[in-house]
Design a protein around this ligand. Structure first.
Ligand SMILES: Cc1ncc(COP(=O)(O)O)c(C=O)c1O
Length: 383
């Protein structure tokens, strides 16, 4: 098992940060890359045309390595999940009676996009709720999703795990079902990719969109998206010069070019060669690849076991089978008040998030078993 990686971060000595699902803390080497990027602008003469392309290419290749994608040109830099999904929506033609399937209480960027698309076509947004009872909740929620996909379904948009309570969706089974009915599968990987292995060969999504500032350990306002062959001849949401063929030749830019760069590069955001954020994101992904998501799962499992046993023994409910180890919801028994727990956590400076009726816990390699136990004790002894 990996040892604690806390020394690679500058987290404060006081407080317990169990909230990577909110925002990853800054790795020291990512901070240095960002500073170098800022300082580079002191001297524009040192910024060559080739530099508009070099780091972006390295970043795409590093992300392709994480996902085991053979063509890095299917990977593009995006500023946000909503942007990456807007490119999907731009290329999906819905008709009256068509259906788009999402899970209940999904992250808003992955809901508003489909509300708008379905509204404009008088199509239906099908929101699949989890069962009310907790027994077998993850398994039964997955079954409901599979049952909701039928010959009217044009698109299924989900996370690999639910952002609020970590419920894991069985993407291999959902992929199979979407293929049977000819629907697209679009995945928001923001709360999983980087910490939970994503099996690209088994899931084979039509698009995978991911913000960079959580489990990819990057800065805010940069993310990455993968677009599969369905999108090869599609239209981007904007027409930026750098996404056109031969944009590397700065002297010929006004020989206006009808063709786009290869693969999915037409979907990349304008000014993607961000000289601060791209080197930061690249450094972050190098570290994530070095750690490897499977080892993050192993580590977060190990440090959580005792704490979870304590919580379960006291009547708390935590999903057993359908979740990862890096993000899970704790639901309290009736006798423990969520409000009181919230206060106690704040007092002890333990950072987690309350999402709906569950306490969202999101550990990473900088956390320890002692911190997880402190969380459990604080929950169980809240006044
Ligand atoms: C699942 C998920 N998707 C996306 C985002 C961020 O969306 P956007 O990049 O559109 O702001 C978050 C932020 O919490 C999230 O949890």
């Amino acid at each position: 098992m990996l040892p604690s990686q806390r020394s690679k971060f500058s987290l404060p000595k006081t407080g317990v940060y169990l909230n990577c699902a909110y925002m990853a803390p800054l790795l020291k080497k990512v901070e240095r890359a960002g500073m170098a990027g800022i300082l580079q602008k002191r001297n524009p003469m040192a910024v060559t045309p080739a530099m508009f392309f070099e780091d972006s290419e390295k970043l795409r290749a590093e992300y392709a390595r994480l996902l085991n994608v053979s063509s890095p040109k299917r990977v593009v830099i995006i500023p946000s999940v909503s942007y990456g999904l807007a490119s999907v929506a731009r290329n999906v033609q819905l008709h009256k009676g068509d259906e788009v399937v999402v899970a209940a209480e999904q992250f808003p960027s992955n809901v508003y996009t489909w509300m708008d698309l379905t509204d404009r076509a008088s199509a239906r947004l099908k929101i699949v709720r989890p069962p009310d009872e907790l027994a077998q909740r993850g398994r039964r929620w997955n079954e409901r999703i599979l049952d909701s996909i039928n010959r009217h379904t044009r698109l299924v948009a989900l996370g690999h795990v639910h952002w609020a309570d970590g419920t894991r969706f069985d993407l291999a089974a959902i992929r199979k079902r979407t293929r049977d009915v000819g629907a697209l599968m679009i995945i928001d990987g923001t709360q999983s990719v980087g910490a939970l292995p994503f099996d690209m060969k088994a899931f084979d999504p039509d698009a995978l969109v991911c913000a960079g500032y959580k489990w990819l350990m990057g800065p805010y306002s940069i993310g990455l998206a993968y677009y599969g062959p369905y999108f090869d001849d599609g239209k981007p949401v904007e027409e930026n010069w750098i996404n056109r063929l031969y944009s590397e030749d700065f002297t010929g830019l006004v020989n206006y070019q009808p063709a786009y760069q290869p693969g999915a590069l037409r979907y990349e955001v304008g000014e993607h060669s961000n000289f601060v954020l791209v080197p930061m994101m690249l450094e972050a992904l190098r570290q994530v690849n070095q750690w490897n998501p499977s080892r993050i799962q192993e580590y977060t499992d190990k440090i959580s076991r005792e704490a979870l046993a304590m919580l379960r023994a006291a009547g708390c409910w935590i999903e057993e089978e359908y979740r990862g180890n890096h993000l899970f919801g704790v639901r309290l028994p009736r006798e423990i008040s969520l409000g009181k727990v919230k206060e106690a956590l704040q007092k002890k400076k333990i950072s987690v998030s309350i999402r709906g009726d569950s306490i969202r816990v999101a550990p990473h390699l900088y956390n320890t078993a002692a911190e997880m136990k402190m969380l459990a004790q604080t929950i169980l002894t809240a006044p």
